[in-house]
Design a protein around this ligand. Structure first.
Ligand code: THU
Length: 135
C-alpha cells in the first residue's frame, strides 16, 4: 500500500471517529477508505432519532467516494473507542463487497491503534454478486 501506508489509513480512521454523531448508542466509529486512484475518503457513523435511518461510518465513506467518482477501493480501516478491534456490520460488509478491488483489505482497529487485517473473502464469504449469481 504505497504511498498510503496501512499505518496512515489507520491514523485517519482514528481521527474520523471524532466527527461521529452517536448520541443514542454512544458508540463512535471512524472509517478511512482507500480508493484505487490513491484518494482516501473518511466517514463516521451518523445516527438518527429514527434509529433505522442511522448510517455506519463505512457506508458514509463509501457514499462519499462513489459520489466523487471512485468505483474501486483497495482497503478500509475502521476504528471505534473500544479496546477491541472494530469489526464491520453485515450491511457494511455487503456494501463494500460491491466496490472491493482484488486483494481488498479490512483493517480492524482497536482504540490504541493496533489492528487486525482481514481479506474480503474472510470478512464476507459468499457475498451477494447480484442477479448474475442465478446464471
Ligand atoms: N456502526 C458503524 O458505524 N459501523 C459498523 O460497522 C458497526 C456499527 C455504528 C452504527 C451505530 O451508530 C453504532 O455503531 C452502534 O451500533
Amino acid at each position: 500500500m504505497d504511498p498510503m501506508t496501512e499505518k496512515e489509513l489507520v491514523r485517519r480512521a482514528l481521527v474520523a471517529r471524532d466527527a461521529a454523531y452517536a448520541p443514542y448508542s454512544g458508540f463512535r466509529v471512524g472509517a478511512a477508505l482507500l480508493a484505487e486512484d490513491g484518494r482516501v475518503f473518511t466517514g463516521c457513523n451518523v445516527e438518527n432519532a429514527s434509529f433505522g435511518a442511522t448510517i455506519c461510518a463505512e457506508r458514509t465513506a463509501v457514499a462519499k467516494g462513489v459520489s466523487e467518482g471512485a468505483r474501486r477501493f483497495t482497503a478500509v480501516a475502521i476504528a471505534s473507542y473500544d479496546d477491541a478491534p472494530c469489526v464491520p456490520c453485515g450491511i457494511c460488509r455487503q456494501t463494500i463487497y460491491e466496490f472491493a478491488a482484488e486483494g481488498f483489505r479490512y483493517l480492524s482497529v482497536a482504540a490504541d491503534g493496533t489492528f487486525v487485517r482481514y481479506g474480503m473473502d474472510e470478512i464476507l464469504p459468499h457475498g451477494f454478486k447480484g442477479l448474475d449469481d442465478r446464471k
